[in-house]
Ligand binder design. Structure first.
Ligand SMILES: [Zn+2]
Length: 209
């Protein structure tokens, strides 16, 4: 993981870089692969009782998440993690964080699990309690009902001793879209004895009214 971050940052200094979110020339390379304008254009989401996010999944934040996930810009996990810490607020006082797992094949191809990188930036113990049982189809492009069917039985607990189960956990992922993945993971954690699962993501898809 450290190598990915290093390589990502090093490339900024080797080439004439442009912002990975808007393609404008980067005038200040020290702030990383995203320009200051894109960082400031993130729209906050209203928090709900069990879900908080750094911003709405649109515009620059959507582009930044894509750069992390599909563009290999692992160094973005740090500033995105800082935004998530702000959004989480008092949630981080007492909870362990659980990253949504990727299937190992997908992690190998991408080089990292973005949810795991983000979880590591939250300053709380990271509890890798979940594993993915099979590859499944990617969720992107599926409708809500298809997403639910796609993720049912996709997640399971790693073997843990029951005395190690924390009462409250924060499930961490990059994007909350329909909530199908979060629901599937939450069900598994509650069955294992966790009392409350909160969901923290970089971005949340909001239906426009
Ligand atoms: Zn930009």
């Amino acid at each position: 993981m450290a190598v990915h971050r290093w390589a990502d940052r090093a490339l900024l200094f080797l080439f004439d870089p442009t912002c990975v979110a808007c393609q404008a020339p980067l005038t200040d390379r020290r702030i990383g692969p995203v320009c200051a304008h894109c960082w400031s254009a993130i729209h906050p989401t209203p928090p709900t009782e069990l879900a908080r996010a750094a911003g709405i999944y649109e515009g620059s934040l959507r582009n930044i998440v894509h750069a992390l996930k599909y563009g290999g810009h692992a160094s973005l996990a740090r500033p995105l993690g800082a935004l998530m810490r702000d959004a989480a607020g008092d949630w981080l006082d007492d909870a362990a964080v659980v990253p949504v797992p990727l299937h190992p094949w997908r992690s190998v191809r991408r080089g990292f699990n973005q949810a795991d990188l983000l979880a590591c930036e939250l300053g709380r113990p990271v509890w890798r309690a979940l594993r993915r049982t099979r590859l499944g189809r990617p969720q992107a492009g599926l409708h809500a009902a298809e997403r639910r069917a796609n993720v049912s039985c996709l997640y399971a607990m790693r073997r843990v001793r029951s005395r190690h189960i924390p009462p409250t956990v924060i499930l961490v992922d990059d994007v909350l879209t329909t909530g199908a993945t979060a629901d599937a993971c939450t069900r598994v954690l509650l069955e294992a004895g966790v009392q409350q699962v909160r969901v923290l993501t970089v971005a949340r898809a909001m239906r426009r009214t």
